[in-house]
Design a protein. Structure first.
Lengths: 338, 337
């Protein structure tokens, strides 16, 4: 059987995005709605920003062989810290952003230290952090609190033509993280540690620092998502992170984007495409007025099916290459020159 | 997984060790959980002297039974090197479906129980087949299953489940054998818990248990030695699904019908198993220790309640203690790294 082959550099999630867009366009049009309008495109982009930023951070954590289940509560806490520090005052904008990002870095540092120095499995370590943050939130906040400044509020809503300005935050984060992973020494170390930590350690990498750095990056991304959501909502909300299900949803997006859950293999642009796919699906379901509960069930089916297709593709590829040594196509193979 | 590969595989884990070796190995690995459990129970009985009265202690076991059953099921999946995140939503589905069946057939307690047990087996089978045959990582399979089950149950009931569980159905979760000397009442759920624990131990001592450990330790080696790896793992998922259905029956009897009854139980079950010293990634740990982990978690909740901590702070303290316990276990396991 002859199989259509993608160029090695294109992750299959991108054509999948094209297919989802096409199918969405057709079904919505048949249903009597309109899909490719600028307001609808804005809607889709807007929706992908929050999940997109945290998912890019999650990509780094997963690439290094870890994962972060605490992001949802961190997002809530970040939105509250940002809004309460700003308190509607323009002058507090920069300090509030700095403080929120510092909070993210601090949480990531603790996660990373617990995973590396205390040798706690990342699943348990970040679940523990999630419980600690959950307890802190429930103990101190019961309702939305604080107020973001006018500038920050407008950031969430301003558009350039059909393009929301906030999308640049998402694209910026994705580009920076993508660059760091693919073009810097530290990025190569992330792939190395995620691929095989003992071997990396024996090769002289300070693996603990790499893992800690990945966790800091992941948590800072979550804090950024919290900042963005505060801008959208105008205040901080104790349930915004968990209501969005950003913990499991971001992990699903990363895996949907072709990153291996065991680490060492994957790319940021796959995560970006996966986030867009989820946003388009969400939009199509909304336009077709699918019951929200049914929507959730369908999303579960889509995630499993997509990852099953990936696994199948990888299996077929491996069978075709059984004679030749495996060719690494999704991660760097050479050590970057200094 | 990556860290497990550097450890020297214990030959004894696969090749039938002597009884003495087995006992000392099991204790060496899981003694911390029994020590912590004993400490917590002593602390609770200092705070609440009544705790040592048989009825009060049995009430504690009764409360802990659903989580302990869930942990026993989760143990099989984790020791085989996988995760099952769908058990919490499966507990909810069990309770809601049982209520619906009983609404149509008020006397059909057996029918309701058979339905939900079959449902648990089918969900476990689906998890297992998708994970092993379609090669989807179990984290994603069971996460997707969680979304599907939660969405389906809310869609079906419009977010607010109707009906109630009949008294007969609830007996297993909250009733007991009356007039037992000294104990006053022996709760059915404690009987179920003991039966599940004994059954799990026997299953782990059977050939299947040996194969399961081998698969979790090194699936490639196990496969090359003639173990049917996909089938072994699939059975583990079915066991977990059955345990979730049973936990749902107990919890439904204990707490009644709601769409939130199973929320977060998957993480509690995994935490309990890990507290018991079972290593995520598979191949290590005992099912008795996993059940002890569940009792430890429940004892912790009880103690924090007695100490008058707000529910919010209980979460925070629970998180800290779980991380501390696992860190402690990690140092005992790998002092050389």
């Amino acid at each position: 059987m002859k199989r259509f082959k993608l160029p090695v550099n294109v992750l299959p999630i991108w054509p999948a995005l094209g297919i989802v867009l096409a199918v969405g366009w057709i079904t919505v049009t048949i249903d009597g709605g309109s899909f490719f309008t600028s307001s609808n495109m804005t809607n889709i982009l807007q929706r992908s920003v929050a999940l997109g930023i945290v998912a890019v951070g999650q990509t780094v954590a997963i690439l290094v062989g870890s994962l972060d289940l605490s992001v949802a509560y961190l997002i809530s806490l970040s939105s509250l810290v940002a809004a309460e520090t700003m308190d509607g005052k323009e002058s507090m904008l920069v300090p509030a952003i700095a403080l929120t990002l510092a909070l993210g870095a601090g949480v990531g540092l603790v996660n990373g230290l617990v995973v590396t120095k205390l040798r706690v499995n990342a699943f348990i370590a970040t679940l523990g952090m999630a419980l600690v943050l959950k307890g802190y939130l429930a103990d101190n906040y019961s309702r939305p609190s604080g107020e973001v400044s006018e500038t920050w509020k407008s950031f969430g809503y301003t558009r350039m033509g059909p393009v929301p300005v906030s999308i640049f935050l998402f694209v910026g984060v994705a580009l920076v993280v993508g660059f760091v992973l693919r073009r810097t020494r530290w990025g190569y170390h992330v792939y190395a540690v995620g691929g095989d930590e003992p071997v990396s350690a024996l090769s002289g990498l300070r693996t603990h620092r790499v893992v800690i750095g990945a966790h800091v990056l992941c948590s800072v991304a979550a804090a950024l998502t919290g900042l963005f959501l505060a801008s959208r909502l105008g205040s901080g909300t104790p349930r915004v992170g968990t209501d969005g299900g950003y913990d499991l949803e971001s992990i699903a997006a990363v895996v949907l984007g072709g990153t291996a859950l065991v680490g060492g293999k994957g790319r940021v642009n796959g995560t970006v495409a996966a986030v867009l796919v989820l946003a388009v699906l969400d939009n199509v379901f909304n336009q077709l007025e699918v019951d929200p509960f049914l929507k959730q069930a369908l999303r579960g089916v889509v995630i499993i099916a997509a990852v099953a297709l990936y696994a199948r593709r990888r299996l077929v590829a491996r069978e075709e290459e059984t004679s030749a040594p495996p060719v690494e196509t999704t991660g760097p193979t050479e050590v970057v020159p200094a | 997984m990556s860290t497990a590969t550097v450890e020297v595989p214990e030959a004894g884990a696969v090749a039938a060790p002597s009884a003495a070796q087995r006992v000392s190995a099991a204790l060496g690995r899981s003694a911390p959980v029994f020590a912590v459990l004993a400490l917590l129970l002593v602390w609770i009985s200092i705070e609440n002297p009544n705790f040592t009265d048989p009825p009060v202690f049995l009430a504690f076991l009764k409360r802990a039974a659903p989580l302990a059953v869930l942990a026993a099921g989760q143990y099989f999946v984790i020791v085989a090197g996988e995760f099952d995140l769908s058990v919490g939503s499966l507990v909810t589905v069990t309770v809601v479906v049982a209520a619906e069946v009983l609404a149509d057939h008020p006397d059909g307690v057996i029918r309701a129980m058979a339905t939900v047990v079959a449902l648990g087996a089918v969900v476990g089978l689906a998890n297992g087949l998708i994970t092993t045959r379609l090669r989807v990582p179990s984290f994603i399979t069971t996460l997707g299953m969680l979304l599907i089950l939660e969405g389906a149950v809310d869609y079906w009931t419009d977010g607010a489940p109707k009906g109630s569980l009949s008294e007969d159905f609830r007996t297993l979760g909250r009733g007991g054998i009356d007039d037992v000397p000294w104990l006053e009442q022996l709760p059915w759920s404690v009987v179920v818990l003991v039966a599940v624990a004994v059954g799990a131990v026997l299953l782990m001592r059977s050939d299947f248990g040996k194969r399961l450990i081998a698969v979790g330790d090194n699936d490639r080696a196990a496969g090359l030695s003639g173990v049917n790896v996909p089938r072994t793992r699939t059975i583990a998922f079915v066991v977990s699904g059955l345990a979730a259905a049973l936990a749902g029956i107990l919890l439904g009897g204990f707490a009644g019908v709601s769409a939130q009854v199973g929320d977060g139980l998957e993480f509690e079950a995994i935490t309990a198993v890990v507290l018991g010293g079972v290593v995520l990634g598979g191949g290590r740990g005992s099912v008795v220790a996993a059940v002890a982990g569940a009792l430890t978690l429940e004892a912790l909740f009880t103690l924090l309640n007695l100490l008058g901590l707000s529910a919010a702070l209980q979460d925070a303290v629970e998180g800290l203690i779980i991380v501390a316990a696992v860190a402690f276990a990690a140092f005992r396991l790998r002092p050389d790294r």
